[in-house]
Design a protein around this ligand. Structure first.
Ligand code: PMT
Length: 402
C-alpha cells in the first residue's frame, strides 16, 4: 500500500526560484497515493505555471481568495477542513511573516489560519533574509505554535550567495512525510482506545471471557500514535506487547476498564472502543475456588456497565467510535448500535465462515456513520487501522472546524 494512500495534502507554493522543485514534489506525493490540492500565491505564478501543477496533481490549482466560482464549490474554508496536512514549499520570508502575524491576506494564509490540520514549512530564501533576526523570530514563534519546519538546507544559492536558505529537495521532504507513519493527521489530539477481552471473575482461578486477542485494538493504537496522537490504551488481558510511546493501562474486568477509561476522559478528543467487553458478569465472585461437587451449577449474571455509551453521553464527550462484531444482519444491527449508543462512527466486522475477526491477522471492516457507509474491505488489521484512523481524523477535524 502506498505510504500516503488517500491522504489529503494541500501543497502551498509561494514566490521563489525554488518553486520549480514543487512540480517534482507534486509528482512524488501523487506517486505515494496522496490527493494533492495545490494553492499558489500570486508571486509563485511568476516562477511556475499553474497549468503544470494542475496537470501533475489532476486538480485545478487554487490561487484566489475571492473567486466566486471556486467559493461555490470548494471554498477556502472547505480546503482548510479537507486537508489532512498542509505543506508550504517553498515558503518565502514574506509568507512566513504573514503567517506568523495571523494574516488572511490571500488564499494560502487564509487556509493556514482556518485549518486544524498540521502545517509544515520548507523555507526558501536568500541567506541574508533567513539570518535576519525578524525572520528568526517569526520562525521561532511559528515553531512554538506547532508549525513544523523542514529545513532549510545550506549551500550555494541562486543569487550567488552561500549559506542557509535553500529549500530541501523534494526527496528529503518526502522522506520526512513518509517516515514514522507519514502525515500526522491526529497531531495534538488525545485518543483513548480500549482493546482485548474483559475477564469477569467467577472465583480466584476462573473467569468468563471471549476470544478477543487485542490485535485489532493494538493496531488502532499503533496507527493513532503514528498519526501524532497522544494515545492511552486501556487493555484487557492479552498476550501482546503494548505499542511503544503510548500510555498503557492494563485491566481485567469491565468495571476496571470503565474506571480506567473514566480517568482523564474529559481531556480526551477521540475515544475508540475496540474491546470485546463482557456484557454480563457473575453476580458473585467466590472468595475461594468453586469445588466441582455438584452435577450442575446455576450462575446468576448481572449487566456490566456500557463503557462506550457512558463515554458518548459524558458532558465533554469526545468524538466517539464503536466497534461491532455481528453474526447476523451486521449492517442493520450496527446502525442500531450507532443510534442507540449515540456514536459518531461504528466499525462493523461480520463474524461468519469467511471472516472471523477474533484472533486473526486480517479483518473486514465496514464503517457506518449517520450519513454514510464505507466498505474498507478485507486487509491486515494494521492496514485497516491506518485507514480507520484517517477516516476518524477527517471527521473529527470537520466536526471541530464546523
Ligand atoms: O481483539 P481481536 O482478536 O483483534 O478481535 C477484534 C474484535 C473482533 C474484538 C473487534 O474488532 C471488535 O469487533 N470489537 C467489538 C466487539 C463486540 O462485540 O462489541 P459489542 O457489539 O459487544 O459492543 C459494541 C461496542 O460497545 C464495542 O465498541 C464495545 O467495545 C462497546 N461495549 C460493549 C459492551 C460494554 N459493556 N461496554 C462497551 O464499551
Amino acid at each position: 500500500m502506498a505510504s500516503l494512500a488517500e491522504k489529503r495534502i494541500v501543497l502551498g507554493i509561494t514566490g521563489g526560484i525554488a518553486a520549480y522543485k514543487s512540480a517534482e514534489l507534486v509528482r512524488r506525493l501523487i506517486d505515494q497515493g496522496a490527493v494533492v490540492q495545490v494553492v499558489m500565491t500570486e508571486a509563485a505564478k511568476a516562477f511556475i505555471a499553474p497549468l503544470t501543477l494542475q496537470a501533475l496533481s489532476g486538480r485545478p490549482v487554487r490561487d484566489s481568495l475571492l473567486d466566486p466560482s471556486a467559493e461555490s464549490g470548494m471554498g477556502h474554508i472547505e480546503i482548510a477542513r479537507w486537508a489532512d496536512q498542509i505543506i508550504v514549499a517553498p515558503a518565502s520570508a514574506d509568507f512566513i511573516a504573514r503567517l506568523e502575524a495571523g494574516m488572511a491576506s490571500d488564499l494560502l494564509t487564509t487556509v493556514c489560519l482556518a485549518t486544524s490540520a498540521p502545517i509544515a514549512l520548507a523555507p526558501a530564501m536568500n541567506q541574508g533574509m533567513w539570518n535576519k533576526p525578524v525572520t528568526q523570530r517569526n520562525i521561532d514563534r511559528l515553531a512554538a505554535d506547532g508549525v513544523e519546519l523542514l529545513g532549510p538546507a545550506s549551500g550555494a544559492q541562486a543569487c550567488g550567495d552561500v549559506g542557509p536558505g535553500r529549500m530541501l529537495e523534494p526527496g528529503q521532504i518526502m522522506d520526512h512525510l513518509t517516515s514514522s507513519g507519514g502525515v500526522r493527521v491526529l497531531d495534538g489530539t488525545k485518543v483513548t482506545i480500549t482493546a482485548g477481552p474483559t475477564w469477569e471473575p467467577l472465583d480466584p482461578v476462573r473467569a468468563l471471557s471471549n476470544h478477543s486477542s487485542g490485535k485489532m485494538g493494538y493496531a488502532v493504537a499503533t496507527a493513532a500514535a503514528a498519526a501524532g496522537a497522544t494515545v492511552t490504551l486501556v487493555s484487557g488481558p492479552t498476550a501482546l506487547t503494548p505499542p511503544a510511546g503510548i500510555q498503557y493501562r492494563p485491566v481485567q474486568s469491565a468495571e476496571e476498564m470503565l474506571a480506567a477509561v473514566e480517568k482523564g476522559i474529559e481531556d480526551c478528543d477521540v475515544f475508540i472502543g475496540v474491546a470485546a467487553v463482557a456484557d454480563y458478569r457473575p453476580a458473585q465472585t467466590a472468595a475461594s475456588k468453586i469445588k466441582k461437587d455438584a452435577e450442575s451449577v446455576m450462575l446468576e449474571l448481572i449487566r456490566n456497565p456500557d463503557i462506550l455509551a457512558r463515554v458518548a453521553q459524558s458532558p465533554k464527550r469526545p468524538f466517539t467510535v464503536g466497534f461491532a462484531a455481528e453474526t447476523d444482519q451486521a449492517i442493520a444491527n450496527a446502525r442500531n448500535k450507532l443510534k442507540r449508543k449515540g456514536l459518531d462512527l461504528i466499525a462493523v466486522n461480520q463474524v461468519n465462515e469467511t471472516n472471523n475477526p477474533f484472533g486473526s491477522e486480517e479483518n473486514h471492516l465496514v464503517l457506518i456513520s449517520k450519513t454514510d457507509e464505507i466498505d474498507l474491505g478485507r486487509h491486515s488489521k494494521s492496514a485497516l487501522a491506518e485507514h480507520l484512523i484517517l477516516e476518524i481524523a477527517h471527521r473529527y477535524h470537520e466536526q471541530h472546524s464546523a
